[in-house]
Each structure stands twice: as C-alpha cells, then as structure tokens.
Ligand binder design. Structure first.
Ligand SMILES: Cc1cc2nc3c(=O)[nH]c(=O)nc-3n(C[C@H](O)[C@H](O)[C@H](O)COP(=O)(O)OP(=O)(O)OC[C@H]3O[C@@H](n4cnc5c(N)ncnc54)[C@H](O)[C@@H]3O)c2cc1C
Length: 431
C-alpha cells in the first residue's frame, strides 16, 4: 500500500523510514531545492537550520532520555547522527552537511521510498503524514488552515557562524567547562571592562523590524541574545556568557564573562556562537560581535536570523497519536505539532509513522507510557483543549514524579530515565 509523507525535514525522514521499514511504499514530497523556506539553504533532507547540536546525550537529562527512547524505536536520525558526529562534550553535535547528505542518500536508495520534488499545495485526502515544519510554505499553510483552523505563531532565531581561521588565538582558547571531556569548545574570555563595552553596544544595536501584523511571542529557549541582555546587565553573564568552570590562560583567573563557540563541521573550520541567536541587522552583528575578545576580525559565514515559527493548535485538532481528529488517517509530525526541537521533531515523525503503519494494518496505535518523554510529549500536545497551547521541548517536568521522593536531582533524573526505558521496552516487546 502507498502512503504519503509531505516534507523531508527531521520529522518527515523519520516518518518515511518508519513506514518503509514496516513494508509500506512511501511517496516522500519535498519542495527543496525548487523552493526554500527562509531558514533552509542546503540541498539535502533533514537540514539543521540553526545549531548543529541535538543536545545532551546523557541519560540524566530529558534530551538524553528522549534519544535513548528514539533509539529503541529505531531512529534513522540518531543512527546517522552517530556516524557524522563532531565532538562537543556531552552533547550530540553533527557535521550538518555530512548528516543531511547521509540521510538523503539512504532515503534515495530505499526501494520503498519514491522522492517527489515539488511544493505540495493541496490538503491530502487520506493516509498521509504532514511534516512541513514551522516554515510550511504559504500555499500549503493556507490549505492546512482551511482544514484545521488557525495557526499559532512564535518567533525563533538562529545564531551566526564564523570561520576558525578568522579567530584570534592570542585571546581565544580551546577547552570545556570544568575541563570535562576534552577541549571541544572555543572560548572567548572577557575582562569586566570589555564586557561593559560589549553589553552597551549589544542592547543598543539595531534589530531587523518584524512584520507588525504578526503577534510577537518569542519562545524562551530561542530568545535572541539582545532581548535577553535587555533584561538586566548580568542576565547574559548568568546565561550564555557565564564564565564558571573556566580559567583564562593569559591571566590564570576566571574571566568576568565568556562566550563559547562550538564546531559546526568535523573539519572544525566553522564555529557557531553558542546562545547568540539574534535578530540584529547583519552589519550590526559584525560590529557588535567583533567586540567579543578573539573575534575582532571574525569572518561571518552565516548571520543570525529570526523567523516566524508556526504550529497547530494541537490539543484542539490532534489526538495523542498525532492524527487529525475525524480524518482518514491524516497525521501531523514535527515542529508543526508544537513539539519544540530537532530531536523532538524527529521523535514525532517516528510516532506518526508507526501509528499510521499500525492503523493501516488494522492494529491499535502504540500506547506510549506517560512515564516516557515521548509518551509525555504526545500527551502534552493533545490533552486539555481549553488551555493556551505553547510549544514544548523534552523536559523532566513532563514526567510523573518518581514513586518515592528523591532529593538529589541527578539521582532523581536517573531514576526517571530508568523507569521510562523499562516502561517503554515493556510496551515495545508486548507488540
Ligand atoms: C529559525 C529556526 C531556528 C531553529 N533552531 C533550532 C535549534 O537550534 N535547535 C533545535 O533543536 N531546534 C531549532 N528549531 C526548531 C525545530 O527543531 C526545527 O525547526 C526543526 O527543523 C523542525 O523539524 P521539522 O521536521 O518539523 O521541520 P523542518 O525540518 O523544517 O522540515 C520541513 C520540510 O518540509 C519542507 N516543506 C515545507 N513546506 C512544504 C510544502 N508545501 N511542500 C513540500 N515540502 C515542504 C521544507 O522544505 C523542509 O524540508 C529552529 C526553528 C527555526 C524556524
């Protein structure tokens, strides 16, 4: 039987893979390279539009637990991430082009998957997963709106990328916080005076005007650095510029503030400025970010940008298996459902793929345990129609507390992870 998947982003590639593995023929529609969203620029599938990190891989974090669950469910994205990873401390970061190329190659080589290049503009009738992401093209967004009611919006921002060769290593140095796990990050230390000058310029720099008819809500996790900075003189010094765990090799003292850069590719020729997602005008990014010690002559390969990020009012229109209520097997997956983040989007693709495959085989959808991050997120997007729905990423607060209270946070998170994996395995092995 042939099914459709629209969008070959993180969710779409997982959905197509999950369906193909279960014996279905998939028509995978992707508009790239004919048409690009404002944030996409690469030719391949599963493009990471901003950071190249899929966040922590540690089981004492929600991001790490989510990945462990996805591996149990046969994630293509994580299999390829392992092959194309660049070292980034405890985080799973990838060479974004190698990652996208490998996923594209695998899907193109899959005999069950037919790739159809071109923008989809009409709403499908049945047996389809829609995974067109937060920047779904205008015509298709209109078709979805007609069918599912209004979209909700917020803004999302990306951080700039600079070249390794333009960094001044008389000031910048390699190292991880508290000297942990090697020396993956490039660090730019500030004196108090340097911070003072930088801070003033950052909060007074010119930003790109946003379209006035769009209601501005900025998701906390993607807050532009200049907006965060405006909350107070030390807000960024306690956030993305925190110096704890570092000693400046030039002074042998802890710097007053510090900016970190993470490798973008395995050759380590490109670095992104961690936490510096921004909506400053391009000229202003050069002027202000070159005040960062070590980046005086930084060459910008990509500027930070800010975009509208669109999602459905999911609790009203989707059930917990990501299916459009009352439809003939129309599913949504990824960021468009209001799950926030790369791994979360990919996880949604797996669940929608498995659910559609089971529905077409006359089986019940998988009853994911509420103690797992995947189960908790799917409940989050579908429960309680009356609330003001906002996007959500993986976090331990979504899970029911452990049976007996555990005071130590690391131990509590480890216990929640162990319980989640046990419960998820029990369900997988019972099917
Ligand atoms: C600017 C920005 C920065 C972000 N930064 C991060 C970050 O740093 N870390 C993080 O974890 N998350 C980030 N996110 C959030 C989210 O994780 C990503 O948007 C993620 O790529 C979502 O995956 P997806 O599969 O839902 O959509 P996407 O990865 O966007 O995939 C959707 C695909 O559908 C295609 N498409 C769209 N419309 C059509 C159509 N009509 N017909 C055919 N194809 C179509 C697109 O070309 C695209 O390939 C960011 C989002 C934005 C907008």
């Amino acid at each position: 039987m042939t099914v459709g998947v629209i969008g070959a982003g993180l969710a779409g590639v997982e959905a197509a893979h999950a369906l193909s593995k279960r014996g279905f023929c998939v028509k995978l529609h992707e508009m790239k390279p004919q048409k690009l969203t404002p944030a996409h620029s690469y030719r391949g599938f599963a493009e990471l539009v901003c950071s190249n990190s899929l966040k922590s891989d540690n089981l004492t974090s929600a991001a790490g637990l989510l990945k462990a669950e996805m591996r149990l469910l046969g994630s293509l994205v994580l299999e390829v991430a392992e092959l194309t990873k660049v070292s980034a401390g405890g985080a799973l970061a990838v060479d974004r082009e190698a990652f996208s190329d490998e996923i594209t190659k695998r899907l193109k080589a899959d005999p069950n998957i037919e790739i159809i290049t071109g923008e989809v503009t009409g709403f499908p009738l049945e047996n389809t997963i829609i995974a067109t992401g937060p920047l779904t093209s205008g015509a298709f967004a209109y078709a979805i709106k007609q069918k599912c009611g209004g979209f909700l919006n917020f803004y999302d921002a990306a951080a700039p990328i600079v070249t390794h060769e333009s960094v001044n290593f008389n000031k910048a140095f390699f190292g991880n916080r508290y000297g942990k796990d090697g020396a993956d990050y490039l660090n730019c230390p500030f004196t108090e005076e340097e911070y003072e000058t930088f801070y003033k310029e950052l909060i007074n720099a010119e930003t790109v005007p946003l379209r006035v008819f769009e209601n501005l809500t900025v998701y906390e996790g993607c807050m532009p650095v200049e907006i965060l900075a405006k909350r107070g003189r030390d807000s960024v010094r306690f956030g993305c510029m925190k110096p704890v765990g570092f000693t400046d090799p030039r002074t042998d003292k802890r710097p007053y503030a510090l900016v970190q850069l993470r490798p973008e590719n395995s050759k380590r020729t490109l670095f992104n400025i961690v936490g510096f997602q921004t909506n400053l005008k391009f000229g202003e990014q050069e002027r202000v970010f070159r005040l960062i010690p070590g980046l005086e002559k930084a060459e910008f390969m990509r500027y930070g940008v800010m975009h509208r990020n669109t999602f459905l009012d999911s609790p009203r229109v989707l059930n917990r298996y990501f299916m459009l209520k009352g439809s003939k097997n129309i599913y949504f997956a990824g960021q468009i459902t209001g799950t926030e983040g790369y791994a979360e989007s990919a996880a949604g693709g797996i669940i929608a793929g498995i659910s559609l495959a089971r529905a077409l085989s006359g089986k019940e959808p998988p009853e994911l345990p509420e103690t797992s991050i995947i189960g908790a997120l799917s409940r989050y997007i579908s429960d309680d129609e009356s609330r003001d729905f906002q996007p959500m990423g993986a976090n331990m607060g979504l899970l029911p507390p452990p049976g007996a209270p555990i005071k130590n946070k690391q131990e509590r998170y480890a216990a929640l992870s162990a319980r989640a994996l046990t419960d998820l395995k029990a369900i997988l092995f019972s099917h």
